[in-house]
Design a protein around this ligand. Structure first.
Ligand SMILES: Cc1ncc(COP(=O)(O)O)c(C=O)c1O
Length: 457
């Protein structure tokens, strides 16, 4: 039974008059009360045609529906670039503590000191992990972090009178949000080629960077799961032209505590707290995409910022060069809380171990998948890798899409497919650090079994 059938079922099992609750008859004369309070246009003559069900049927229906989706709590989920790691349940308890969950963002600062302390702490941790001194927690997702940082870059160049810097460069392996954010921020986008080794083609970059370049957006490790080894040369090159380097931090899970974007020359970056620091995601949100920037960009960060004065925390709105708000209130605080808990629980050594294990798991899976699939770029990889199903297409007319659907039959969420665009029939796999060797082996066995299946049978 698919979801559509299940939804239809809700209507099919409807019986006139059946109810989950029977409330006592209303003792207010509703007709008069309603018509005197609400404009006539807002009133309907008849009740909406909803299914009429008993409570037990309703509960069964929704419980059954809830198990028809794959999620990280039920299935291995190697969706490349999405870091579908296990989301510890203690974070849910923390976020549900009434002292956090029942706060209202319009409360007076004096009554939310605990929350502000925590957000301030999160700013500090994200600054330390990135090696960049100033952090805004406001952006609601990675893509909005990119856009916010590019607004910050635009404001910086505007202040310097460098209005000719109209171009933002990004590699052809970049996530689609990179050029999209650049375009939305009003820049012209320029694509930089990747070399045969999957890394940025330095010669192509050199030929395209110039006095009109505002920024280069680079993902480290890149979306092929490869560490851009020439990153220091790249950042020097960009800086020598007066341009900024933006680090797409979606792949921070590979480098936590090992290297820092600020140390290899990035000027700004975003985090995907929902990926790297375990905010549950996969159903479309909510996310959290804080940005970290160098000192000279800090004045342009969104307002307000959480600041500490003595033992007190407050929201600083007096920031005349700020680009303003990019989201209501302080960002997706519930996800930031979970990320904070994760960082505090693991500490510096734990975070480093996360990345080491994520990279180890990816390399193990890469070796197993390589037993039957083409892996176009040389390893070792970082936290993810990209295989290709093009030989299946050649030999059996089986597309990456068909393979991914077949994986569902085996009980696995498929990898990311057809991305990055530089690999045909791409299958991008990110096992994350939270999976056991047995799970990785079972998944690899399923992939290899599908490789040998006859699609006609
Ligand atoms: C490399 C990369 N950059 C940016 C993003 C955008 O992040 P978000 O989905 O949080 O907007 C993603 C998301 O998958 C990504 O993989």
């Amino acid at each position: 039974m698919n979801n559509q059938q299940s939804t239809n079922l809700l209507f099919e099992i409807s019986h006139a008059g059946r109810r989950t609750h029977r409330l006592p008859k209303c003792d207010v004369h509703t007709d008069t009360a309603m018509s005197s309070l609400l404009p006539q246009d807002y009133l309907t003559a008849a009740p909406p045609p909803l299914p009429e069900l008993s409570e037990v049927d309703l509960i069964r229906h929704f419980n059954n529906l809830s198990t028809r989706n794959m999620c990280i709590d039920t299935h291995f989920y190697p969706l490349g670039s999405c870091t579908m790691k296990y989301n510890p349940k203690r974070h849910e308890r923390l976020a549900g503590i009434p002292g956090f969950a029942n706060l209202h963002p319009l409360q007076h600062e004096d009554t939310i000191q605990g929350m502000l302390e925590l957000l301030y702490g999160m700013q500090e941790y994200l600054s330390e992990i990135s090696g960049l001194p100033a952090v805004s927690l406001q952006p609601a997702a990675g893509a909005q972090g990119e856009l916010t940082a590019l607004f910050v870059a635009a404001a910086y160049f505007r202040d310097r009178g460098e209005t000719l810097r109209r171009k933002v460069l990004a590699p052809d392996s970049a996530h689609g949000t990179n050029p999209a954010s650049a375009a939305l921020a009003g820049f012209d986008t320029v694509t930089i080629k990747s070399g045969a080794n999957g890394l940025v083609d330095l010669e192509d970059l050199k030929s395209k960077v110039g006095p009109d370049t505002a920024a280069f957006m680079i993902t480290q490790p890149n979306t092929l799961g490869l560490f851009e080894k020439q990153i220091a040369t790249i950042t020097e090159l960009l800086h020598s032209h007066g341009a900024l380097v933006y680090l797409d931090g979606a792949n921070m899970n590979a480098i936590l505590g090992i290297t820092r974007p600020g140390d290899f020359g990035a000027d700004m970056q975003h985090y995907n707290v929902h990926k790297t620091f375990t905010g549950p995601h996969g159903g479309g949100g909510p996310g959290s995409g804080p940005i970290a920037v160098r000192d000279f960009l800090a004045p342009y960060l969104p307002s307000p910022m959480v600041v500490k004065e003595g033992n007190r925390y407050r929201l600083d709105n007096d920031r005349p060069q700020s680009i303003g708000r990019v989201r209501s209130f302080f960002g997706n605080v519930g996800i930031l809380l979970r990320g904070y808990c994760y960082i505090r629980t693991l500490g510096p050594d734990g975070l480093k171990a996360v990345s080491e294990h994520a990279v180890l798991n990816a390399n193990y899976l890469r070796a197993r998948i390589g037993e039957g699939y083409e892996i176009p770029h040389p390893g070792p990889c970082m936290h993810e890798f990209v295989a290709s199903a093009r030989m299946l297409l050649r030999e059996k007319k089986v597309k990456a899409l068909d393979l991914c659907k077949r994986l569902l039959d085996y009980g696995y969420h498929p990898p990311t497919m057809y991305f990055p665009l530089v690999v045909s029939e791409a299958l991008m796999m990110e096992p994350t650090e939270t999976e056991s060797k047995e799970t990785l082996d079972a998944f690899a066995d399923a992939m290899l079994a599908i490789r040998n299946e006859d699609p006609e049978v």
